[in-house]
Write a protein that binds this ligand. Structure first.
Ligand code: FAD
Ligand code: DLZ
Ligand code: SF4
Length: 516
């Protein structure tokens, strides 16, 4: 057999299923292609990260004596499309089949399936770099009326033995979220993230991206992502040593000055395959057992990787393509232009967008409770919001982005990701952050020229969606609050929110690259 092994930009793991037991004649292909750089206007740091990591990985494969064909974006004969390029190479090298591991996006999986019977057939292989598989998730979810992350997480804790004592969770509880809700104290200064050396490969990619993608939203300067497994291991080591111990209690904090706080910054390295979720969880568990990290931090972290990351992947692969069409709240608004230009007086929103622009990163609570919450309260349409999240973060890949955006943020999947929407008023942001101190609005006011827009938007959202949401048992208390309000107050809130949304719609549309 002479297979062509197509390795995608997020499959950079030496133990990838398709790279095991390779026949001598195998040709391994990695392809930089225009179609992947432009289906959404990716942040320049994301493109640089993927290209640099791909080029380094190809070099490592060659050092291991594999035959590698690397297609650079600027190559003359590049077909600029993954399927077409793999088929061109398979023909050129006289390969008898093309092997690919399940990609990170349904559109590619579908395109590969459609070519299964082509002249050089595609053979698709399951990705076993996760704790679970779509098949196992399907079997677990079958027959459950409402699948819940918490239940799937417990199953995986039992199955892996992570933070378990026999059949019981270490510490007697599955969940320490209650201890993990502190804001950042003024006197605490999180450590700066590690700086990774830019070698000639990375410098060449940075030049290419600066030249080709300077019209995309986002700054390339300050690029600091790990692009090799060694750099990713340094990033993991730095997290374990300097940030993990505080990760738990400050997990939900939001800061006006600190983009990374005590978060791990490991999502991109995990998603690209430079680190495995198992080694990361095991390393965190070890820190707990050896007394260097408290249980609420270790459990909080493992819940994200073992629980949420696996759950969203299961949902994605078992619910697509219908999942992407979900719009349970009937949201129709286009993406507000401030998501691209940061032009808003709302300090929390502005800082989240600026940090995204500067670092291709925002931590989970910024994504969920600032930009996400704002989009939810404004009824932004799922497609518009999903395209933004897919473009602007270094870690964005549809299998993980879509359930988080469409499901968790917009509650557009009818409650698979969350049993209620994560909607919140300015009070929440004021409690969890120091943004409001720097803002021209007052989080304690709901109407009037200085009122925080989140407050009237919040009540107006609840009122607008009462038909769908008021029957939800977890929303009962909130709706009870709304019904205690006088008609006059409700009318004033409605008017305040309506005027805000009108101004939002009147703002000139901003066009990032590719006519979005
Ligand atoms: P930490 O806070 O240190 O968390 C540790 C790890 O847990 C992360 O590296 C990540 O692998 C995993 N994790 C944490 N939360 C989630 C989650 N909700 N779903 C899946 N995995 C999780 N994550 C992505 O990897 N890619 C995306 O495209 C993405 N899009 C998102 C879009 C929205 C609207 C929201 C609300 C969340 C999204 N997330 C996404 C999840 C999460 O916000 C990021 O994984 C996290 O912020 C990455 O930073 P970190 O590595 O410092 O995470
Ligand atoms: C995001 C991205 C970009 C920008 N470029 C490439 C590329 O040139 N070649 C490639 O193989 N993958 C790229 N990716 C990642 C893909 O868009 C896609 O998300 C994954 O390959 C799906 O597994
Ligand atoms: Fe955000 Fe409102 Fe606080 Fe301003 S007052 S920072 S808009 S929550």
């Amino acid at each position: 057999p002479k297979p062509l092994i197509l390795v995608l930009g997020d499959q950079l793991s030496h133990d990838l299923a398709s790279l095991r037991d390779l026949p001598d004649q195998a040709v391994i292909a990695l392809c930089e292609v225009g179609a992947e750089t432009s289906y959404v206007p990716h942040h320049p740091q994301k493109i640089a990260l993927i290209f640099s990591a791909m080029r380094h990985f190809a070099e490592e494969l060659r050092e291991r004596d594999h035959f590698v064909h690397y297609c650079a974006l600027e190559d003359d004969d590049n077909a600029q499309d993954l399927i077409a390029e793999a088929e061109r190479l398979a023909a050129d090298y006289g390969c008898d089949e093309i092997r690919a591991v399940r990609p990170g996006e349904w559109r590619l999986w579908q395109a590969m399936h459609e070519r299964a019977e082509a002249e050089v057939p595609w053979r698709l292989i399951e990705d076993d770099r996760f704790f679970s598989t779509p098949e196992a998730f399907e079997a677990w979810a079958r027959g459950r009326k409402a699948p819940r992350q918490e239940h799937f997480y417990r199953l995986l804790r039992r199955r892996t033995g992570l933070l378990m004592e026999g059949d019981e969770p270490v510490g007697g509880r599955w969940n320490f979220d209650h201890d993990n809700r502190e804001p950042l104290p003024d006197a605490i200064h999180p450590p700066a993230p590690p700086e990774h050396r830019h070698d000639a490969t990375t410098l060449a990619v940075l030049d290419l991206v600066a030249e080709r993608f300077d019209d995309h939203f986002g700054r390339l300067e300050g690029f600091h992502w790990p692009v090799t497994r060694d750099q990713a291991l340094d990033e993991l080591g730095h997290f374990l040593e300097h940030r993990l111990a505080q990760f738990g209690r400050l997990q939900d904090a939001i800061s006006d000055r600190e983009p990374f706080l005590y978060h791990s910054r490991l999502s991109a390295a995990l998603n690209l395959g430079l680190l495995s979720p198992r080694e990361v969880c095991e390393a965190v568990e070890r820190e707990y057992h050896e007394g260097r990290a408290p249980l609420n931090a270790a459990e909080g972290f493992i819940r994200q990787v073992l629980g949420w990351r696996e759950y969203v992947r299961g949902l994605y692969w078992t619910r697509m393509p219908d999942y992407k069409r979900g719009n349970a709240l009937g949201a129709r608004r286009g993406l507000p232009s401030c998501f691209w230009d940061g032009e808003t007086e709302m300090r929390c929103l502005r800082r989240a967008i600026e940090m995204t622009r500067d670092h291709a990163y925002a931590h989970h609570i910024q994504r969920l409770m600032v930009t996400g919450n704002f989009a939810l309260l404004c009824d932004v349409a799922p497609e518009a919001l999903c395209d933004w999240y897919l473009a602007v973060y270094a870690d964005a890949c549809e299998w993980v982005e879509l359930p988080n955006t469409l499901g968790m943020v917009l509650h557009a999947d009818g409650g698979l990701m969350g049993s209620k929407p994560y909607c919140a008023s300015g009070k929440y942001i004021d409690r969890m952050s120091d943004h409001c101190r720097h803002c021209r609005f007052d989080p304690k006011q709901a109407t009037g020229p200085d009122a925080c827009p989140f407050n009237s938007l919040y009540w107006d959202f609840l009122e607008r969606h009462a038909d769908t949401l008021s029957a939800n048992p977890r929303m009962k208390l909130i709706y009870a609050g709304l019904s205690r309000m006088s008609d006059a107050k409700r009318a004033a809130l409605r008017e305040q929110a309506g005027a805000f949304l009108e101004r939002l719609d009147a703002a000139p549309a901003y066009s990032p690259a590719h006519g979005q």
